[in-house]
Design a protein around this ligand. Structure first.
Ligand code: 23J
Ligand code: MN
Length: 269
């Protein structure tokens, strides 16, 4: 354990006080679940992801005079969502590879945010490369093992058809190269990788070797994915703590979830 660490009881008490006083802020990294929020569209020969749908059971009426409630349905990979190792063929035999089996402590961890917003603005097929990771580390220090690495592109600000950005040859959106994912997984031992786009892979990710390298290498190594993240422009490059707890779906390969980050307040520093 770090020699500077406080006693755990003092640490939790201080955190509770810091949250209550606003010295630590809670940032919501989640989009609203809504039937209009885009879902990934695969080539037509494959099965497709269902959008979020909600139906009213009652609304303080004859169907239930004092209560309102809904049934909802969706794909595991709808809206802001978590990818488990069992989502990909490379991770099919990973122990504790589905959302219900992942130990709860793995849902909380430190965050590194790589700002690719300028590059993604100039090039919709922008690639996160090992050179960009190394330049980020020269400025902010080495990416710690078991951290979440988030790729900021400001893609979350896009609306409607601009979000999937589909053309005749498929979607065009930024993502990591195979070498980058290998560096993060094998070289740094990250916990997981998150994006603002509809997948952890680029829109054109099927054309890499292997296809969809983020899914292939992350999940093959028992690491996780987060997609459709929001508000990454409100996170510092380092120093935030991510909390991402998927629903406990038996054998689930992923789940929509509320993702939040604890961030030191700018006013209270
Ligand atoms: C299935 C097939 C390809 C991809 C995906 C799902 C996702 O992006 C996902 O939501 O996990 S690329
Ligand atoms: Mn997914």
């Amino acid at each position: 354990m770090n020699v500077h660490a406080q006693k755990p009881a003092a640490l939790i008490g201080d955190l509770a006080l810091a949250l209550a006083s606003g010295a630590v802020e809670v940032i919501d990294l989640t989009h609203t679940l809504d039937p209009d929020f885009p879902v990934i569209v695969l080539p037509p020969e494959f099965g497709q992801c269902a959008r979020f749908r909600m139906e009213e059971i009652s609304a303080y009426d004859h169907r239930g005079p004092a209560w309102k409630w809904h049934n909802f349905t969706c794909c595991e990979h709808t809206g802001t969502h978590f990818d488990a190792p069992s989502h990909w063929i490379s991770g099919r035999d990973v122990p504790n590879g589905s959302v219900d089996e992942i130990p709860a402590e793995r849902f909380i961890g430190p965050v590194c945010v790589i700002d690719c917003s300028a590059g993604a603005k100039a090039n919709e097929d922008f690639e996160l490369t090992p050179q960009i990771i190394e330049a980020w580390e020269a400025e902010h220090g080495r990416i710690p093992a078991e951290s979440w690495v988030l790729m900021r592109t400001d893609w979350s600000k896009r609306r409607g058809a601009e979000y999937l950005n589909m053309r005749e040859d498929g979607a065009h959106s930024p993502g990591p190269t195979p070498e980058t994912v290998k560096l993060l997984v094998d070289g740094r031992g990250i916990r997981g990788f998150g994006t603002e786009t509809v997948g952890t892979d680029a829109g054109q990710g099927a054309h890499y070797t292997p296809p969809y390298p983020a899914h292939f290498f992350l999940h093959g190594a028992g690491r996780y994915g987060l997609q459709c993240l929001n508000n990454l422009d409100r996170l510092p490059p380092t120093g935030a703590m991510l909390i991402a707890t998927p629903l406990k779906i038996r054998n689930g390969t992923g789940s929509p979830l509320r993702v939040i980050a604890l961030v030191p307040s700018k006013d209270a520093q």
